[in-house]
Design a protein around this ligand. Structure first.
Ligand code: SF4
Length: 122
């Protein structure tokens, strides 16, 4: 069970196997990725950085975000593995994904988090 200072909940990552990847699917949203994360993930996928960016990212607000695809009447991250229902690039996922569910945003939006993540315990 993971805890983090200043957060009122803890997180049991073992629940991810049962969940179907709700943190990677649903409503459309930004999945920010930094320059160093772009480099590592493009190398992992065997692509040159510019090819990787063109294929998988878009730029907005002067930053890169990962593209999404239509999935189950909503959206999923383009790296979501629909067969295994988990992240297809797990070892190379960006920090935004690694730090879920400990986002400042959720401090004020606990009900949204509760609906999204069965691993969260209050
Ligand atoms: S990179 Fe992986 S963990 Fe992050 S949203 Fe996409 S599928 Fe989910």
């Amino acid at each position: 069970m993971l805890k983090k200072q200043d957060f009122s909940y803890s997180f049991d990552g073992s629940k991810c196997d049962e969940c179907g990847g709700k943190c990677c699917v649903g409503e459309s949203g930004y999945i920010w990725i930094s320059a160093s994360e772009i480099k590592k993930l493009s190398e992992f996928l065997g692509l040159k950085t510019d090819e990787f960016i063109k294929k998988y990212l878009f730029k907005t607000q002067n930053k890169y975000s990962i593209k999404e695809k239509e999935y189950n009447g909503g959206y999923a991250c383009i790296f979501f593995d629909e067969q295994n229902k988990n992240c297809g690039v797990y070892e190379y996922r960006p920090s935004q994904c690694r730090t879920f569910p400990f986002w400042d945003y959720f401090k004020q939006n606990l009900e949204e988090l509760q609906a999204e993540c069965i691993g969260v315990k209050f």
